[in-house]
Design a protein around this ligand. Structure first.
Ligand code: SAM
Length: 264
């Protein structure tokens, strides 16, 4: 019998969930349905993996830590069919994984990689049905924030342009071993369906949002001076004297679309 004997690795963000009530709430939130293709990022010692397998019988997991692969594979046999991909999740092509269907992503993510993983998932949003992630609560707050909030910024605008973002519930440090220094939260992201996706040119949109928030205290006119002039901002229906933190997601999308159209 291969056991989980290695101590948790800090550099891989390993904080293993042990609180049954929280695990059950995650499985309930995911609510796997027959035919769903579930993919878990960072299964660790299987805290979410095995309850999901008990419910769904088949699951693909992506784990970077070589030491976890054998014990995970062995322990999974009692629960269902586990497909293990031993890789850095950022190297995994979700579109290929989805085949001719869609995937549903789940994960208690390594917090040091949460933004890169979110953006990687966005790159494959066309094949991602939804995502349920455990993240630092502070990150979830930023993801879901709206204009006027102190934590409204690049992450929230980028994600909300492509996904509906719903914070589900908070999780205290004591639910993990070892406990992280911060509070955590579970969030649901649902990529907007094709007719709802209004961003016409991803690169232009990303540039506008990045520059707009690069210096929060600057007006849009100044912050975007390398991208466009004040007239272009006004033409998109936005007051150029506003600061980025006052501008709603749809307005950024409208401006980026107008700029992309003019450049075409
Ligand atoms: N799901 C388990 C749980 O809830 O107890 C473990 C969660 S732990 C916070 C994060 C997991 O992600 C660890 O198993 C870690 O080894 C894995 N991990 C870290 N970096 C990774 C990467 N780049 N690609 C895939 N998995 C990674």
């Amino acid at each position: 019998m291969t056991a989980f004997t290695e101590p948790p690795k800090k550099r891989l963000g390993q904080h293993f969930l042990h609180e049954r009530g929280i695990i059950d709430r995650i499985v309930l939130a995911v609510d796997p349905q027959p035919g769903d293709r579930l993919v878990e990022i960072g299964p660790g010692q299987g805290a979410i993996t095995f309850p999901l397998l008990d419910r769904h019988h088949e699951l693909t997991v992506i784990e970077f830590d070589r030491d976890l692969i054998a014990p995970l594979t062995q322990a999974a046999q009692a629960h269902g069919t586990l497909h293990v991909i031993h890789s850095d999740v950022l190297q995994v092509d979700f579109t290929a994984l989805a085949g001719d269907g869609t995937i549903r992503l789940v994960g208690n993510l390594p917090y040091n990689l949460s933004s890169p993983i979110l953006f990687h998932a966005l790159d494959h949003a066309a094949v991602v049905r939804d995502m349920h992630f455990m993240l630092q609560k502070e990150v979830v707050d930023r993801m879901a924030a709206g204009p006027g909030s102190k934590v409204y910024g690049r992450l929230g605008v980028m994600l909300q342009a492509y996904c509906r973002v719903t914070p589900l519930f908070d999780v205290p440090p004591g639910a993990f071993r070892p406990p992280p220094k911060v509070d955590s939260a579970v969030v649901r992201l649902v990529p907007r369906p094709e007719p709802e996706i209004a961003v016409h040119d991803r690169a232009t949109f990303a540039r506008v949002v990045r520059d707009a928030f690069s210096q929060r205290r600057k007006t849009l006119r100044n912050a975007l001076s390398n991208v466009c002039d004040a007239d272009a901002i006004a033409a998109a229906g936005i007051d150029p004297t506003l600061r980025a933190e006052q501008v709603p997601v749809e307005a950024f999308v409208a401006l980026a679309n107008a700029l992309a159209r003019d450049a075409a």
